[in-house]
Design a protein around this ligand. Structure first.
Ligand SMILES: Cc1cc2nc3c(=O)[nH]c(=O)nc-3n(C[C@H](O)[C@H](O)[C@H](O)COP(=O)(O)OP(=O)(O)OC[C@H]3O[C@@H](n4cnc5c(N)ncnc54)[C@H](O)[C@@H]3O)c2cc1C
Length: 369
């Protein structure tokens, strides 16, 4: 997503762009993602029309494990305030929309970058099959296990955090409307939302250990762990088959001070892989895109772009990553959000105040809204 979004922004700004993608074609599988008002605003700036795709969100509800609603955030009010609405969009739909605006031939498939060489005049890369490409500038948007990051910054890998997300996009067993709901408790969290076309995106974040044997019956495990949770946990689990649930271990990068070197920069998960909790990864990647396009247009010396771009982006991405990593405890004491007692105390917060707080958070995490 980051690479295609960056390509759109850079082409619109007058650059010539080639995207090198290791896969043989567009990867359209996977679940749906939540885009907050900042992410959708940037996509609109990039000329991506989201109307009619996925599900517009009007409300975010936070509930205890028992099912009691403790906080309600009015996303429609934030849409009015920021001029763009939060939305849930299947990954495949977003990737198709992003790619459909690119000139033919912009994306070269089956091109896995394995080597790179850069000097003050430009960058050369080589792919697995020996193909060589050169350009003035390289944007490493190659995901959390970024090869470009390893080649440019050295070998620090994203670390496993001790949690994982089990998730899927399946026919909705009931109509969740335009509300996205998150339930939090000591075992982890559970979230669900409509994703358009009668589909529901659902997920469970749970403690996870890399040494544990693979789970062939994930639904049994989830039923066990989330037994006693309030509605609609049981109903959602009852509507699934084991093959519907995919697991992704949470990973997190140490966010570097400089997001690149010379004429090579990192963007999206390559720069700041973070757990999916609270749904900031793609939103932050889109913030990277907007900032990078701006820097490439305004910073006169290409080798100074890395410094300016990193300093503009680092704090917001680091905050999003901290929020995503600290919401759930994977061992030891629970976090504040996982305590039913403290969560219930939050129930006294009026929706207007809660909405204002969430809007403030989105603004702090964004340079666009
Ligand atoms: C289960 C789950 C749910 C999530 N939900 C949300 C959400 O609701 N909201 C949100 O904002 N974020 C969410 N995220 C985070 C989001 O998915 C990522 O932040 C986002 O995908 C990052 O996009 P990217 O383009 O930087 O990386 P990727 O999507 O990983 O894309 C990297 C691309 O680079 C290619 N590539 C890799 N190496 C090479 C190479 N050497 N040469 C050429 N090509 C290469 C890959 O094939 C891939 O196409 C979620 C993540 C997970 C795991």
């Amino acid at each position: 997503m980051s690479g295609l979004a960056a390509a759109r922004g850079l082409i619109a700004a007058g650059h010539e762009v080639l995207v090198l993608e290791q896969a043989r074609g567009l990867r359209l599988g996977g679940g749906a993602i939540t885009l907050w008002c900042n992410g959708t605003a940037i996509l609109e700036d990039l000329g991506v029309d989201l109307e009619g795709t996925g599900q517009r969100l009007t409300t975010l509800c936070l509930r205890t494990a028992g099912g009691r609603q403790v906080l309600e955030f009015d996303l429609e009010a934030l849409a009015q305030r920021f001029g763009s609405a939060a939305r849930v969009i299947p990954r495949g739909s977003l990737i198709t929309l992003l790619e459909s605006g690119l000139p033919e031939g912009t994306v070269r498939f089956g091109a896995r970058v394995t080597h790179l060489q850069a000097d003050s005049d430009g960058v050369q890369v080589k792919t697995e099959t020996g193909q060589e490409y050169s350009g003035d500038f390289l944007v490493g948007a190659d995901g959390v296990h970024s090869q470009v990051r390893a080649l440019v910054l050295g070998g620090d890998q994203a670390a496993l955090t001790g949690a994982a997300i089990w998730q899927g996009l399946t026919p909705a067993p009931f109509d969740p409307g335009s509300t996205t709901t998150l339930m939090v408790g000591r075992q982890g969290d559970f979230g669900f939302m409509g994703a358009g076309d009668g589909l529901m995106q659902w997920f469970f974040d749970v403690p996870w250990s890399p040494g544990a044997p693979p789970e062939d019956k994930p639904l049994e495990m989830l039923r066990r762990q989330f037994a006693g949770w309030g509605s609609p946990v049981e109903q959602v689990l009852a509507s699934l088959e084991d093959g519907d649930a995919e697991v992704f271990p949470h990973t997190r990068h140490k966010i570097p001070c400089r997001w690149g070197e010379g004429r090579c920069v990192l963007l999206g998960d390559a720069a700041h892989g973070m757990p999916p909790v609270m749904a900031h990864g793609t939103n932050q990647a889109l913030e990277d895109v907007a900032t990078l396009v701006d820097c490439l247009g305004t910073v006169p010396n290409p080798t100074a772009v890395v410094r300016v771009y990193s300093s503009k982006r680092r704090r917001q991405a680091a905050l999003a990553s901290t929020i995503a990593s600290r919401a759930l405890a994977v061992s030891g004491p629970r976090t504040l959000m996982q305590s039913e007692y403290l969560m219930r105390m939050n129930g006294a917060t009026p929706p207007r105040l809660a909405t204002r707080g969430f809007g403030h958070l989105l603004r702090v995490l964004s340079s666009r809204i």
